[in-house]
Every structure is written in structure tokens, then in C-alpha cells.
Design a protein around this ligand. Sequence first.
Ligand code: ZN
Length: 243
Amino acid sequence: MSRYSGQIAIPGWGREAQERLKSSRVFIAGAGGVASAAALYLIAAGLGGIRLADQSRVSLEDLNHQILYRDQDLDKPRVVVAESRLKEVNPFAVVESRVKPISGHNITRLTADCQLLIDTTNQPNGHLLNLAAARLRIPLLHARVWEMNGHLTTFLPGQGLCLACDSVCLQEEERWSPKAGIMGPLPGILGSLLALEAMQILGGFRPSLLGRLLIFQGSQFRLSEKEIKANPQCSICCRPLKT
Ligand SMILES: [Zn+2]
């Protein structure tokens, strides 16, 4: 209670939301810059469990923007280092690492028992996670960063909105390139926003970014948004949630 007293004191958050956060588990696809910032904040803030999947090793060009890793971690699997570092931040959290690519074969196992999915990786994984979120009827947070730009939104398949629903989101997705450069603080900004949205959802509040694609342009310090429209014909999420 002392560890989280700063949050518990916030009107509208309190002990009940904190306990919900503590009893939640999140799956994060990827262990790069956005995942680094988001995982650090979520674990520090009292998230009960986190499962990370990624197949990459720490490389020198990661270190300008992936704050989970240090020079001594070079060539080690990113999620193994991430697990160790996150346990240092909060030894009461359950941190699981999976050194493997995400595929249609393992997505069900990877996301089992999770209440929220977070996608920080690339387009094929985005659609796999979208399908998993639709199957599990849980929210999917989706973030991308490139150069000095980033975007972030929340999908909730079954409440009429998923990655496959709207061409705006898919067009933004196409602008992203895995080979693009990255300004160091950008993943930190998007990862922090993502962690805050995740905490609100897991704390029992309605997602703030449902139907809104938040766009940050770092070169102009401009935060804007585009509306994402649900597609009633969407084959992924057209079936309503059972209430
Ligand atoms: Zn949809």
C-alpha cells in the first residue's frame, strides 16, 4: 500500500482500482522502445503480471531508445534482459519472457489468461493480435513509432471496433516502416501514454482511446487525432459482446 500510495490517493483511482491492476496480466508483443517504456511504468505502478514475447537480441542501435537495456546487455535476448530488469523494479510482479516469434501457432498460448493485449511490433503481428483479442473479447492497445512520429489507439473487438475495421488506421499502419530511424524519446512518450491507457482499462474504467487514433508529431510537438469508425460489416468484430 505504501508503494502505491501516490496512486491510491488519486480521486477516482483508489484502492479498488489498484487491486484490479494487481490482479491483472498483460501480454506485450515486442520488447523494443515502446514496450520498454510501457512495461517499466506498468510494473512500477503495480501491474500483477506481464508476459513478453520477442525473438531479437539487444543490439547497439537499440540503446538510444530502448531504455530497458544497457551496454552490458548487448547480444542477449531482449525479453530475458527485460524479465530480469522488470523484476528488479518490482519483485512482487510476475514477469514471464518468451524468446520466440509470434505466430498463428502460438498466439493462443501466449495470450492465455491475459486481460489486455499490447502490440508494439509490426503489421502481421497486429492482425494476429487483433484476432486473438476478438477471440478472447479483451482490449488491444496498438502503438507504432517511427522517426519523430507515433500513433496509439485502443481496439475493443466485439464493441464494434478492431484493427481491421477502419481504413484510416490501416493507412497509418502503412506509413510505418520497420527500417525507419527513431528519435530516442519518441517510444518513451508513446509507451508512457500507452501505459496510462492500460492502467485505466485494467483499473476498471472505459478506454479513453476507443475510436480515436492519437497521433504525435514530435517535430512540431503536435498531438492530434483521427476518428476510427467501426465497420458493421467487419468480419473480425461484427459480433457484439455478450453482456
Ligand atoms: Zn472490426
